[in-house]
Structure formats: structure tokens, C-alpha cells
Design a protein around this ligand. Structure first.
Ligand code: PMV
Length: 327
């Protein structure tokens, strides 16, 4: 898409945007192989203030809290994480000359590299902020398409579930067949409440996905069977959510975790977090996102704080979150 051709350009001095983080309730990894997955936006996210920079060697991103604090430019030899520099270079390429004097101040309360969608939230918030700054209207599909372009810098060839749920908000049932993604909004009968425990950053989504691809090539029939079982779990999860059967949902999360472990993307720390949560009465627990590190989500019936405290007492960073939709 050519931003410069969009009608209604109407510059303002500063524009603010926000995009939430996400958790994957079920179906990560299997979604890369055409199975459905469930994901929901959570009440943490990335904030961006877009303004005009004093010089034209940008775009410039000033990270206040992004797992990195400092200034980044689209400079191959500059300071800051290489993916951020590359993402700015991609933005500059998509947006053309107009992007050169854009300044982004970015703040976030999403742990980085933990499977909570921090990079997709940054991508969506940047795209959203720029279109507000320029006074342009983007429909959600356009926003998600541009964010996916940026997300590819961080994730190689993502299934698209992260930026889709982050752009739409709410809870979605997502399935990608070939290049075509089918997205269904899901309305839970009850609010879904979670304790989230962080085992530490993972080694990167692209890496976890490609190592799994290598393993699956050695025993293709077995892996296809596992992926389709996960797909069936996710389909049943959707029904449990819509019918308000939380205990069934928890059991399905535990089953999904068993399969994720057999796929080789769990770790002793992730398993420990799941055990802590279940011992403290969680209805179910599983890793979320790429695994090989990152976060565990534990579904609870009432107050998540007891599980959060148990995670913290065992030395993990933890917080509670809930699905914004639901009665
Ligand atoms: O970005 P993460 O860590 O939330 O992982 C995304 C989920 C995967 O299924 C592992 C990858 C993908 O592209 O769907």
C-alpha cells in the first residue's frame, strides 16, 4: 500500500496510539500447520507517541521501556537491538521520504520475548500512531496488513495470529489455510481470568518454529497426528468458552500443554510453573506463544492473585490479566 496516496492527510503535532499484548489460549505451533488457534488481547500493551523529529535522518524511535532504553535509527551500524533498527528501515521503505522526520516515543508494560506479542503490539501501535499522526483512516485489514509487514522482521514468517488479534482486540478463533486466514470473533460466556508467570525470555519465535519444523520432518506422520489433535483440542476449547464451561477449558489447556511438551517446546521451568499453578487450584495451565522459555498462563475460577503470589514466591515475574470481553 502507498501511504502517500491515501486521501485526507492532515498533520497534527503529536498523535498517541496503543496496542495490547496477547496470549494464545491454545493452538500455537499447530496453527503454523493449518490448525486453528485461539488468542486474546490482554490488558497490557505498547504505547507510542508520534511526532515530528528535529532532523531528517529518521525515523527515530526512542524506547522508554522496551526491554531496551535508548534511541534507535534505521542504521545498520547504529545502537539498539538490530530487529528494531531493521523494523525502522522497513517502515522507512514502506512510507517513503515522509517517514524520515517521524519520531516515535515508545513505552511498554509487556515483557519482551516472552510469547506475549510484544513485537506485534509494537508493530500495530506504530502503524496506528502513524496513521493518526497523518490524519489518515485505515480499516482494520489495512492496519493488520502493514503490521504484518513489520512483524516479519521480528518473526520471519509468522502465521499472522499475533498481529491479527492485537489489531482486532477481543478473543479470536484463527485458522490459516495457505495464504488465506479465517478469523472468527468468540464471545466468552464468562470473563476469563489468568495468572501469568514468566520463565524468562525465549530464544525467538522464528527459531522455535524452525527447530520444530526440522524435528517434524524426521517423523512426519506422528507430528501431523499431534498437530491435528491440538486442532481438535482448540475446537473444543472454543465451545467450552462460549458455553462457560471453565473446568473443561482448564482440562483442555492441560492437554494442550502435554502436546506442546511432546513437540519439544516446553522447558523444565515452564513445566514447574504449570505444576505450581495446578497445585494452587488453577483450572489448567500451559505455555503460551512459541515456548522454549517465555510465559505460562494459568486459568483460574476467581481471584488469580494466589497463583500469582505462588509464582513470585518461586522466583518468577508474574502478574494477573483477564479477557476484556465476556459477561
Ligand atoms: O510470537 P509468539 O511467541 O507468541 O508465537 C507465536 C505463535 C506461533 O504459533 C509459535 C508462531 C506463529 O507464527 O503462529
Amino acid at each position: 500500500m502507498n501511504w502517500k496516496n491515501l486521501p485526507g492527510s492532515n498533520l497534527v503535532d503529536v498523535a498517541f496510539s496503543y496496542a495490547p499484548a496477547k496470549i494464545i489460549l491454545g493452538g500455537e505451533h499447530a496453527v503454523v500447520y493449518g490448525q486453528p488457534a485461539l488468542a486474546l488481547a490482554i490488558d497490557r500493551g505498547v504505547r507510542v507517541a508520534v511526532s515530528k523529529a528535529a532532523d531528517v535522518n529518521g525515523p527515530i524511535l526512542r524506547a522508554i521501556n522496551l526491554g531496551f532504553v535508548g534511541e534507535v535509527r534505521p542504521d545498520p551500524d547504529g545502537q539498539g537491538p538490530v530487529v528494531l533498527r531493521e523494523a525502522l528501515a522497513r517502515l522507512a521503505k514502506i512510507l517513503g521520504r515522509e517517514a524520515r522526520n517521524l519520531h516515535f516515543a515508545v513505552d511498554s508494560d509487556v515483557p519482551v520475548g516472552c510469547g506475549l506479542g510484544s513485537s506485534a503490539a509494537l508493530s500495530v501501535a506504530l502503524v496506528r500512531g502513524i496513521h493518526r499522526f497523518w490524519g489518515l483512516d485505515l480499516v482494520q485489514e489495512q492496519e493488520a496488513g502493514l503490521a504484518l509487514d513489520l512483524e516479519k522482521i521480528f518473526h520471519g514468517n509468522p502465521s499472522g495470529i499475533d498481529h491479527t488479534v492485537i489489531s482486532s482486540g477481543g478473543l479470536i478463533y484463527y485458522r490459516k489455510t495457505g495464504e488465506v486466514a479465517a478469523v472468527q470473533s468468540v464471545v466468552p460466556a464468562h470473563k476469563l481470568k489468568f495468572a501469568v508467570g514468566i520463565s524468562g525470555p525465549h530464544g525467538g519465535t522464528a527459531r522455535a518454529v524452525s527447530l520444530l519444523k526440522e524435528r517434524s520432518r524426521r517423523h512426519p506422520d506422528i507430528y501431523v497426528g499431534i498437530f491435528s489433535s491440538i486442532g481438535e483440542i482448540v475446537a473444543q476449547m472454543k465451545r467450552s468458552i462460549e458455553e462457560g464451561r471453565l473446568a473443561a477449558l482448564g482440562e483442555l489447556m492441560d492437554l494442550n500443554q502435554g502436546f506442546l511438551n511432546s513437540l519439544g517446546v516446553s522447558t523444565p521451568k515452564l513445566e514447574a510453573l504449570c505444576s505450581i499453578a495446578r497445585e494452587r487450584g488453577a483450572l489448567g495451565a500451559k505455555l503460551t506463544g512459541a515456548g522454549c522459555g517465555g510465559a505460562v498462563i494459568a486459568l483460574v475460577e476467581d481471584d488469580p492473585e494466589e497463583v500469582v503470589r505462588a509464582f513470585q514466591a518461586a522466583g518468577y515475574v508474574a502478574f494477573s490479566t483477564q479477557c476484556e470481553v465476556g459477561r
